[in-house]
Ligand binder design. Structure first.
Ligand SMILES: Cc1cc2nc3c(=O)[nH]c(=O)nc-3n(C[C@H](O)[C@H](O)[C@H](O)COP(=O)(O)OP(=O)(O)OC[C@H]3O[C@@H](n4cnc5c(N)ncnc54)[C@H](O)[C@@H]3O)c2cc1C
Length: 247
Protein backbone atom coordinates (compact mmCIF):
# COMPACT_ATOMS: atom_id res chain seq x y z
CA UNK A 1 0.00 0.00 0.00
CA UNK A 2 1.22 3.52 -0.63
CA UNK A 3 1.39 5.39 2.64
CA UNK A 4 1.78 9.10 2.88
CA UNK A 5 2.14 11.87 5.42
CA UNK A 6 -0.48 14.57 5.38
CA UNK A 7 0.57 18.13 6.00
CA UNK A 8 -1.52 18.34 9.16
CA UNK A 9 -0.30 14.99 10.44
CA UNK A 10 -2.00 11.60 10.53
CA UNK A 11 -1.96 8.82 7.98
CA UNK A 12 -4.39 7.66 5.37
CA UNK A 13 -4.40 4.20 3.84
CA UNK A 14 -6.17 3.49 0.58
CA UNK A 15 -7.54 0.02 -0.02
CA UNK A 16 -7.05 0.18 -3.78
CA UNK A 17 -4.14 0.61 -6.18
CA UNK A 18 -2.90 4.16 -6.68
CA UNK A 19 -2.70 4.75 -10.43
CA UNK A 20 -1.76 8.43 -10.45
CA UNK A 21 -0.46 10.80 -7.80
CA UNK A 22 -3.72 12.73 -8.15
CA UNK A 23 -5.53 9.72 -6.61
CA UNK A 24 -4.04 10.86 -3.30
CA UNK A 25 -5.30 13.88 -1.38
CA UNK A 26 -3.09 16.96 -1.43
CA UNK A 27 -0.31 16.75 1.12
CA UNK A 28 3.11 18.19 1.79
CA UNK A 29 5.11 14.99 1.45
CA UNK A 30 4.25 11.77 -0.37
CA UNK A 31 6.25 8.62 0.35
CA UNK A 32 5.77 5.92 -2.27
CA UNK A 33 6.37 2.32 -1.22
CA UNK A 34 6.78 1.27 -4.86
CA UNK A 35 9.60 0.34 -7.22
CA UNK A 36 10.89 2.58 -10.05
CA UNK A 37 8.66 0.96 -12.66
CA UNK A 38 5.49 1.87 -10.77
CA UNK A 39 6.76 5.35 -9.90
CA UNK A 40 7.21 5.98 -13.63
CA UNK A 41 3.56 5.11 -14.18
CA UNK A 42 2.17 6.89 -11.15
CA UNK A 43 4.21 10.08 -11.30
CA UNK A 44 5.83 9.92 -14.76
CA UNK A 45 4.68 13.24 -16.27
CA UNK A 46 5.65 15.15 -13.12
CA UNK A 47 9.21 13.82 -13.13
CA UNK A 48 12.11 15.40 -15.01
CA UNK A 49 13.22 13.60 -18.21
CA UNK A 50 16.70 13.00 -16.72
CA UNK A 51 15.28 11.39 -13.57
CA UNK A 52 12.80 9.35 -15.63
CA UNK A 53 15.67 7.98 -17.72
CA UNK A 54 17.59 7.02 -14.60
CA UNK A 55 14.58 5.15 -13.25
CA UNK A 56 14.24 3.30 -16.55
CA UNK A 57 17.82 2.05 -16.18
CA UNK A 58 17.07 0.42 -12.82
CA UNK A 59 17.69 -3.31 -13.02
CA UNK A 60 15.43 -5.90 -11.38
CA UNK A 61 16.79 -9.08 -9.82
CA UNK A 62 15.99 -12.76 -9.97
CA UNK A 63 12.39 -13.84 -9.49
CA UNK A 64 11.09 -16.26 -6.88
CA UNK A 65 9.06 -19.42 -7.45
CA UNK A 66 6.90 -20.17 -4.40
CA UNK A 67 4.90 -23.22 -3.31
CA UNK A 68 2.55 -23.59 -0.33
CA UNK A 69 1.59 -27.09 0.80
CA UNK A 70 -0.96 -28.75 3.07
CA UNK A 71 0.68 -31.90 4.48
CA UNK A 72 -0.70 -35.03 6.12
CA UNK A 73 2.13 -34.89 8.66
CA UNK A 74 5.47 -33.21 9.35
CA UNK A 75 8.23 -33.32 6.72
CA UNK A 76 10.02 -36.69 7.20
CA UNK A 77 13.53 -35.24 7.38
CA UNK A 78 16.51 -37.59 7.41
CA UNK A 79 18.42 -35.05 9.53
CA UNK A 80 16.42 -34.74 12.74
CA UNK A 81 17.73 -31.20 13.35
CA UNK A 82 15.62 -30.05 10.39
CA UNK A 83 12.47 -31.28 12.17
CA UNK A 84 13.18 -28.74 14.92
CA UNK A 85 13.92 -25.74 12.65
CA UNK A 86 11.40 -23.05 11.68
CA UNK A 87 13.39 -22.28 8.53
CA UNK A 88 15.55 -24.67 6.55
CA UNK A 89 17.93 -23.61 3.77
CA UNK A 90 18.10 -26.68 1.58
CA UNK A 91 20.94 -26.74 -0.87
CA UNK A 92 23.24 -29.72 -0.45
CA UNK A 93 26.86 -28.62 -0.78
CA UNK A 94 28.12 -25.05 -1.00
CA UNK A 95 29.05 -25.70 -4.64
CA UNK A 96 25.51 -26.83 -5.38
CA UNK A 97 24.06 -23.73 -3.74
CA UNK A 98 26.40 -21.45 -5.68
CA UNK A 99 25.61 -23.26 -8.93
CA UNK A 100 21.87 -22.96 -8.31
CA UNK A 101 22.03 -19.20 -7.69
CA UNK A 102 24.41 -18.63 -10.62
CA UNK A 103 22.14 -20.58 -12.96
CA UNK A 104 19.07 -18.52 -12.04
CA UNK A 105 21.05 -15.27 -12.34
CA UNK A 106 22.17 -16.36 -15.83
CA UNK A 107 18.55 -16.88 -16.87
CA UNK A 108 17.97 -20.62 -16.40
CA UNK A 109 16.07 -22.63 -13.82
CA UNK A 110 18.48 -24.73 -11.72
CA UNK A 111 17.94 -28.51 -11.82
CA UNK A 112 18.71 -28.76 -8.09
CA UNK A 113 17.42 -25.44 -6.79
CA UNK A 114 18.60 -23.89 -3.53
CA UNK A 115 15.35 -23.96 -1.58
CA UNK A 116 14.35 -21.81 1.39
CA UNK A 117 11.70 -23.66 3.35
CA UNK A 118 9.46 -22.59 6.26
CA UNK A 119 7.59 -24.94 8.63
CA UNK A 120 5.16 -22.68 10.54
CA UNK A 121 2.82 -25.38 11.90
CA UNK A 122 5.66 -27.05 13.85
CA UNK A 123 5.58 -24.02 16.15
CA UNK A 124 2.03 -22.66 15.81
CA UNK A 125 -0.79 -25.19 16.02
CA UNK A 126 -3.23 -22.61 14.62
CA UNK A 127 -1.57 -22.95 11.20
CA UNK A 128 -3.08 -26.40 10.38
CA UNK A 129 -5.84 -28.76 11.55
CA UNK A 130 -4.75 -31.10 14.36
CA UNK A 131 -2.17 -33.63 13.18
CA UNK A 132 -1.75 -31.90 9.81
CA UNK A 133 0.94 -29.44 8.75
CA UNK A 134 1.61 -26.50 6.45
CA UNK A 135 4.84 -25.74 4.64
CA UNK A 136 5.95 -23.07 2.21
CA UNK A 137 9.06 -22.56 0.19
CA UNK A 138 10.62 -20.57 -2.60
CA UNK A 139 13.65 -20.85 -4.80
CA UNK A 140 15.17 -18.25 -7.07
CA UNK A 141 14.15 -18.30 -10.71
CA UNK A 142 15.09 -16.08 -13.63
CA UNK A 143 13.16 -12.81 -13.59
CA UNK A 144 9.66 -13.43 -14.96
CA UNK A 145 10.51 -17.08 -15.62
CA UNK A 146 7.76 -19.19 -17.20
CA UNK A 147 9.40 -22.50 -16.21
CA UNK A 148 7.39 -24.62 -13.75
CA UNK A 149 9.94 -25.31 -10.98
CA UNK A 150 7.58 -27.26 -8.72
CA UNK A 151 8.82 -30.73 -9.72
CA UNK A 152 12.47 -29.69 -9.13
CA UNK A 153 11.64 -28.13 -5.77
CA UNK A 154 9.75 -31.23 -4.60
CA UNK A 155 12.57 -33.51 -5.84
CA UNK A 156 15.04 -31.45 -3.81
CA UNK A 157 12.93 -31.82 -0.64
CA UNK A 158 12.37 -35.53 -1.32
CA UNK A 159 16.15 -35.91 -1.58
CA UNK A 160 16.58 -34.79 2.05
CA UNK A 161 13.23 -36.08 3.31
CA UNK A 162 12.33 -39.36 1.59
CA UNK A 163 8.56 -39.89 1.66
CA UNK A 164 7.80 -36.15 1.50
CA UNK A 165 5.69 -36.52 -1.65
CA UNK A 166 3.36 -38.99 0.11
CA UNK A 167 2.65 -36.33 2.73
CA UNK A 168 1.31 -33.80 0.22
CA UNK A 169 -2.46 -33.26 0.50
CA UNK A 170 -2.61 -30.08 -1.60
CA UNK A 171 -0.27 -27.49 -3.10
CA UNK A 172 -0.58 -23.92 -4.33
CA UNK A 173 2.04 -22.89 -6.85
CA UNK A 174 3.01 -19.22 -7.33
CA UNK A 175 5.38 -18.62 -10.25
CA UNK A 176 7.02 -15.17 -10.55
CA UNK A 177 4.10 -13.76 -12.58
CA UNK A 178 1.61 -14.78 -9.86
CA UNK A 179 3.73 -13.09 -7.16
CA UNK A 180 3.73 -9.89 -9.21
CA UNK A 181 -0.02 -10.14 -9.84
CA UNK A 182 -0.59 -10.20 -6.07
CA UNK A 183 1.93 -7.45 -5.28
CA UNK A 184 2.99 -5.05 -8.03
CA UNK A 185 6.26 -4.41 -6.16
CA UNK A 186 7.47 -7.92 -7.02
CA UNK A 187 8.42 -7.05 -10.60
CA UNK A 188 9.05 -10.29 -12.52
CA UNK A 189 8.82 -12.07 -9.15
CA UNK A 190 11.79 -10.12 -7.72
CA UNK A 191 11.18 -10.09 -3.96
CA UNK A 192 14.25 -7.90 -3.35
CA UNK A 193 13.02 -4.64 -4.88
CA UNK A 194 15.77 -4.66 -7.52
CA UNK A 195 19.00 -6.48 -8.31
CA UNK A 196 21.68 -6.21 -5.59
CA UNK A 197 24.43 -5.45 -8.10
CA UNK A 198 27.48 -3.49 -6.95
CA UNK A 199 26.13 -0.32 -8.55
CA UNK A 200 22.68 -0.76 -7.02
CA UNK A 201 23.84 -1.85 -3.57
CA UNK A 202 24.43 1.61 -2.10
CA UNK A 203 22.88 3.89 -4.71
CA UNK A 204 19.39 2.71 -5.50
CA UNK A 205 17.33 3.42 -7.46
CA UNK A 206 19.35 6.52 -8.41
CA UNK A 207 22.07 8.58 -6.73
CA UNK A 208 19.30 10.75 -5.27
CA UNK A 209 18.22 7.70 -3.19
CA UNK A 210 14.87 8.56 -1.49
CA UNK A 211 14.40 11.92 -3.19
CA UNK A 212 12.92 12.25 -6.65
CA UNK A 213 13.02 15.12 -9.13
CA UNK A 214 9.61 16.26 -7.84
CA UNK A 215 9.61 18.31 -4.62
CA UNK A 216 7.85 16.52 -1.78
CA UNK A 217 7.79 13.15 -3.58
CA UNK A 218 9.90 10.38 -2.08
CA UNK A 219 10.56 6.69 -2.57
CA UNK A 220 10.64 4.49 0.54
CA UNK A 221 10.53 0.91 -0.77
CA UNK A 222 13.25 -1.74 -0.80
CA UNK A 223 14.36 -0.22 -4.11
CA UNK A 224 16.11 2.35 -1.88
CA UNK A 225 19.02 1.73 0.57
CA UNK A 226 19.66 -0.40 2.52
CA UNK A 227 17.47 -2.60 0.27
CA UNK A 228 15.50 -5.75 0.97
CA UNK A 229 16.22 -7.86 4.02
CA UNK A 230 16.74 -4.87 6.35
CA UNK A 231 13.13 -4.46 7.30
CA UNK A 232 11.78 -0.98 7.93
CA UNK A 233 15.04 0.87 7.38
CA UNK A 234 14.25 2.07 3.84
CA UNK A 235 11.06 3.71 5.15
CA UNK A 236 12.84 5.07 8.24
CA UNK A 237 15.53 6.81 6.20
CA UNK A 238 13.01 8.07 3.64
CA UNK A 239 10.82 9.51 6.41
CA UNK A 240 13.81 11.25 7.99
CA UNK A 241 14.66 12.82 4.66
CA UNK A 242 11.06 13.96 4.11
CA UNK A 243 10.81 15.39 7.63
CA UNK A 244 14.08 17.30 7.19
CA UNK A 245 13.08 18.76 3.83
CA UNK A 246 9.34 19.33 4.09
CA UNK A 247 8.41 19.93 7.74
C1 LIG B 1 7.67 -15.16 -0.34
C2 LIG B 1 8.59 -14.10 0.20
C3 LIG B 1 9.57 -14.43 1.13
C4 LIG B 1 10.42 -13.47 1.63
N1 LIG B 1 11.35 -13.81 2.57
C5 LIG B 1 12.12 -12.87 3.13
C6 LIG B 1 13.02 -13.19 4.20
O1 LIG B 1 13.09 -14.33 4.64
N2 LIG B 1 13.80 -12.22 4.71
C7 LIG B 1 13.73 -10.94 4.25
O2 LIG B 1 14.43 -10.08 4.74
N3 LIG B 1 12.88 -10.60 3.25
C8 LIG B 1 12.08 -11.53 2.70
N4 LIG B 1 11.21 -11.18 1.69
C9 LIG B 1 11.31 -9.82 1.12
C10 LIG B 1 10.57 -8.78 1.92
O3 LIG B 1 9.23 -9.18 2.06
C11 LIG B 1 10.68 -7.46 1.15
O4 LIG B 1 12.04 -7.09 1.06
C12 LIG B 1 9.94 -6.33 1.83
O5 LIG B 1 8.60 -6.67 2.05
C13 LIG B 1 10.01 -5.11 0.93
O6 LIG B 1 9.29 -4.06 1.53
P1 LIG B 1 8.69 -2.91 0.64
O7 LIG B 1 8.07 -1.95 1.59
O8 LIG B 1 9.71 -2.42 -0.31
O9 LIG B 1 7.55 -3.56 -0.28
P2 LIG B 1 6.30 -4.47 0.11
O10 LIG B 1 6.43 -5.09 1.46
O11 LIG B 1 6.10 -5.36 -1.07
O12 LIG B 1 5.12 -3.43 0.22
C14 LIG B 1 4.65 -2.70 -0.90
C15 LIG B 1 3.14 -2.58 -0.79
O13 LIG B 1 2.68 -1.60 -1.72
C16 LIG B 1 1.55 -2.11 -2.41
N5 LIG B 1 1.48 -1.43 -3.72
C17 LIG B 1 2.30 -1.58 -4.77
N6 LIG B 1 1.92 -0.78 -5.78
C18 LIG B 1 0.84 -0.10 -5.32
C19 LIG B 1 -0.03 0.90 -5.89
N7 LIG B 1 0.15 1.37 -7.14
N8 LIG B 1 -1.05 1.38 -5.13
C20 LIG B 1 -1.24 0.93 -3.87
N9 LIG B 1 -0.47 0.00 -3.28
C21 LIG B 1 0.56 -0.50 -4.01
C22 LIG B 1 1.80 -3.61 -2.51
O14 LIG B 1 0.60 -4.32 -2.73
C23 LIG B 1 2.42 -3.89 -1.13
O15 LIG B 1 1.41 -4.12 -0.17
C24 LIG B 1 10.32 -12.13 1.17
C25 LIG B 1 9.34 -11.80 0.24
C26 LIG B 1 8.47 -12.76 -0.25
C27 LIG B 1 7.41 -12.37 -1.25
Amino acid sequence: MISYLRSLGGEVFLNRPVRRLEDLPACRATLCDVTPRQLLTIAGPGLSPVYRNRLKQFRYGMGAFKIDWALAGPVPWTAQECARAATVHLGGTLDEIAASERTAWQGYQARKPFVLLVQPSLFDSARAPQGKHTLWTYCHAPNNSQVDASERIEAQIERFAPGFRHMVLARHVSPPSELERRNANLVGGDIGGGAPTLGQLFFRPTRQLYATSKKGLYLCSSSTPPGAGVHGMCGYFAAQKALREMF
